[in-house]
Ligand binder design. Sequence first.
Ligand code: BGC
Length: 863
Amino acid sequence: MNIKTKVIAQSICAFRRAILLWLLSAGIAFSPSVCAAQAPLSNSPGPDSPAIEAQAHAMLAKLTLEQKIELIGGVDEMFTHAEPAINLPRLKMSDASVGVRTWGPTTAYAGGVALAATWDRDFARKLGESLGKDARARGVNFLLGPGVNIARSPVSGRNFEYLSEDPVLNAALVVPYIEGVQSHGVSATVKHYALNDEEYNRHNVDVEADERTMREIYLPAFEAAVTRGHVGAVMDSYNLINGSHATQNDFLNLKVLKGDWDFKGVLMSDWDATYDGVAAANNGLDLEMPSPRFMNAKVLLPAVQSGEVKESTIDDKVTRILRLALRFNWLDRPQLDLADPTYSIADKPVALEGALESLTLLKNVGHILPLDAAKIGIIAVIGPDAWPAVPGGGGSSEATAFDPVSIVTGIANLVGPNVRVLYTRGLPEMNDVFWHTHWEGAVQQSTYPSKDFSGNPESSSTPTVANYKEEWWGPEDKTPRSIRYTASFKAAKAGKYLVLAAASGSDHYKVSVDGKPIIEQVQVEGQHPESATVDLGDGQTVTVVADYLPGFAGNRFGLGIVNESDMISEDAKKFASTADAVVVSVGFNPSTESEGLDRTFSLPWGQDALVETVATANPHTIVTLTGGGGMDTRRWLDKVPAVLHTWYPGQEGGTAIADVLFGKHDPEGKLPVSFDRGWEDNPSFKDYYPIPGANTSLHVTEVGHPPVDYVIPHVKYNDKLMVGYRYWTTTGKHPLFPFGFGLSYTTFSFSKLEVPSSASAGSTVAVGFDVTNTGNVPGGEVAQLYVSDPSAKAQRPERELKGFQKVHLAPGESKHVTLSLDARAFSYWDEAAHKWTIDPGKFVIRVGDSSENTPLQADLTLN
Ligand code: BGC
């Protein structure tokens, strides 16, 4: 539509709205089909306006209290209720982070942490636009993303869906992303508000954090989404924050979101995250999803009659839904945009662009990369992440990608027929380990008629412990049972042995070897396999005991032990020793990194041994990592010349990885998280799991159901502001790879820093500098600006990211970059005054290519 047609269409739309308002106020029913046949009148959301407010209130006035209450609860898992009396259609939702999921196959993009690794606002907008388009093509009104929780710890299971460890980077990317989505008449839903930074017991955990920590670290991306991105919807998280669930948290919902940030859109719950209808209604929740278990007529009608909940409170919620429907023109046109084919693959180039921009090169000794296909006769591609493609992690973001390109496929496509590409997984499947473990004699199984190994067990024996099933759910089995497996294992030779265990559903287990506990499964909701290694001597016999508590799905336990070098397939060893170069693709996937469970910091079982074995066989070993953040590389990092972090690169990941490995594209991603050596080095480590012995309980009553008492564990954010690089730079210690770091095939220099020597506090300060490509190939660099406030009265992190710019430069090319620092860039949250404060005095401005490499530096005095 050209601009002129668009203006005419918009005026027709305004005219239609006026007619609709008149029909409604005259009590005349209106059929949306009158206009449904017309082309979309305007895709972009209109601004909130007095006309929209008047319309929303006129519509509201037509509704009974019962009808209004019905509108504030979801239906059919992914919809809001329709209300024929005001011609409000039901509004459709879809999950989001890497592609428009829920309604069939889709283009899967490099979203979440991969988007953050691009550090590219323009790409964030492009991604948002593609997602918005894909959503409209499926008739979706609410895209349930983006997720912007902070990557506080590398093990948090949904980091891959979120962005980075830094609030400024998150805020900068989330705004254009939301604008892109919403430019197609689809409301984005920023989630999960707030402090849902771990998956461990996510429904019940009470996160305790002080206000300054929240305001400076955990809330700014939400704030930017609301105040700058004008996001249509916000999704409350599952957890409690300082004693009350997000869905009934007056501080977060009323004081901050709807008060300080003046949010006028819809605050919806996460799915089944509501616990008290009256408290949720009174504390800001507008829409209970996916169904009104608590905010329903049975609870709210008497509450309104008794004055416990004001009718105006219900009215406000309904008005918010209507306001959004009017703002996004959902009453004016069918949301299904027939101009866009539902399953369009047109945005494949956007998926490729995101993958290319996000790949982050961490190590490249002796310039082993880029590889030269003309000099390679055989390349071996080995590992569980080499094939099939791993476009994203697990859980509600898991999109069914169109034709995803695996790493081995991407490499084979790129090198063509003159290079032989050898592929093997290199490791057995998990059940193979369980089935083929050679226990000494039979495994003794004692099944107790209780949940705590008490009572008289029934004894039996089994040759293997191999009941593991991939799916978590099954027919419910309520028999109280606990099972102890006792087995002997004799090492056929001296070496490292991998002990592997897996269960599913809500199972729990512990494994010990010769009485020493080596594995304890701690996840509450979901599960990933657990492993440990033990050193055994030639012929040594050990006793392995597993105490297993089956959950709702019955016995699904698998246990095995295998010599590590025997576990690596023979073809992997052979391919590695014959190839000219090897790419070992390791890391996580949807079953090891997912919503509902935290992941391990160590690589999934067997992968360390695989890298080590391949690297020993071939010095030209390049490791690719798949995952939502840092992971343990200590066992092999010194033995390999090159490491490329691929995050979760979406459906075009394989093509992009091949392009980067072979130098068709510069690796230009930069770490959006600090990459720790070990998890124990991470500042959240000591305070990640709940405080032992501090559990409290919560009594919940749902009408028509027996009351439930939930156990509430408490996690205290004692690390406060010291998240990621804020911790590393303040302590003067160093992670393995710092936040903002990423190698390139070219080199860049920073020069000509321009910073005023003084400015008045509260004014905007412009910082200028040049970036030059000093190498021989085109490349992408991210200029990063950090501010330090040495004269602050309050203790502040040593440096904080306050600006950045991605630049693409040809060899020899320079660009002048200007970054604006507004008042917030110099402020901290004053706990006593409850407001943002600038302490006049000295500030230091640093510019460079990572949080630890800032060659440009100047002082600035704020008066
Ligand atoms: C997730 C949300 C998601 C919702 C709907 C929940 O389990 O936490 O992120 O949007 O399901 O699928």
